[in-house]
Design a binder for this molecule. Structure first.
Ligand code: CDP
Length: 242
């Protein structure tokens, strides 16, 4: 019998807003499956670049996609996407080259529709492995992948704080530029989902954010200091965070 308490959590946010560490921490705490959809786009970008595909050509992209098979490996609480049986993780997909190209490939409709079914099917993977829920992080999880999620969170942080975090991780990454490209694209633009629970992480440490998100999921109560207003046009991540 399917678990009636099984929950779907969408957690979106800009580059270095803290969404990966938060989602991983929440998944561990609540025994949920953790899915990093950004890693899917990064892995896809790695394969496209390796195959010499031009991001401007939908035909080239489609021909490359036709040769790909996606599968999932569950490692602890994490779901790892494999392409043609191969995982691709760590520094390979956070290199300056991938950081500079991922938003270009992520804007392409054939790539987004190819990943959409795979990402939605992660709910079944979570259920099959008896997790109590799933938390997926990304840029369009609350708007496109799981518009009916039990909870939708949106993390933000100011540009300075985000750039500093990347530098501390030893990464070359133009975070604001990448978010602007993601917000301006026509397919699944990066915008907060309506009525998402907005958390600014500038002055909160990781543990505080994990406690906050976990508390909201478990009690269904959102503290008064947190906003959940509908999305307005002046509210794009690049406008509000730079
Ligand atoms: O962790 P960080 O915010 O730096 O990026 P990420 O989550 O690894 O995502 C890398 C890139 O993938 C983003 O800049 C987007 O271009 C793309 N992406 C997307 O378009 N949709 C998602 N759901 C997740 C990522």
């Amino acid at each position: 019998m399917p678990d009636p308490d099984f929950k779907i959590i969408a957690l979106d946010g800009g580059a270095a807003s803290g969404k990966s560490s938060t989602s991983r921490g929440v998944a561990k705490r609540l025994n949920y499956l953790y899915v990093n959809s950004g890693a899917h786009y990064r892995t896809m970008t790695y394969f496209m670049l390796e195959a010499g595909i031009n991001h401007r050509s939908d035909e080239e992209i489609q021909a490359a996609l036709d040769k790909l098979t996606l599968s999932t490996q569950v490692e602890g609480n994490s779901s790892i996407m494999h392409i043609n049986g191969e995982a691709c993780a760590g520094e390979i997909i956070t290199s300056p080259e991938i950081n500079a190209n991922v938003s270009l490939f992520a804007a392409k409709r054939p790539i987004r529709s190819f990943l959409l079914e795979f990402q939605r099917a992660q709910v079944e993977v979570a259920r099959e492995h008896n997790f109590k829920g799933i938390i997926m992080e990304g840029r369009d999880i609350g708007t496109v992948i799981f518009p009916d999620a039990n909870f939708k969170f949106f993390l933000s942080a100011s540009a300075g704080v985000r750039e500093e975090r990347r530098e501390r991780e030893g990464q070359t990454d133009l975070v604001v530029q990448r978010d602007t490209l993601d917000a301006k694209r026509t397919t699944a633009p990066f915008v907060p989902a309506d009525h998402s629970i907005r958390i600014n992480t500038d002055t909160l440490d990781l543990q505080e954010v994990i406690d906050l998100v976990t508390g909201i999921i478990l009690t269904g109560r959102v503290p008064g200091t947190i906003t959940t207003q509908p999305f307005s046009k002046d509210d794009t991540p690049s406008a509000s965070e730079s």
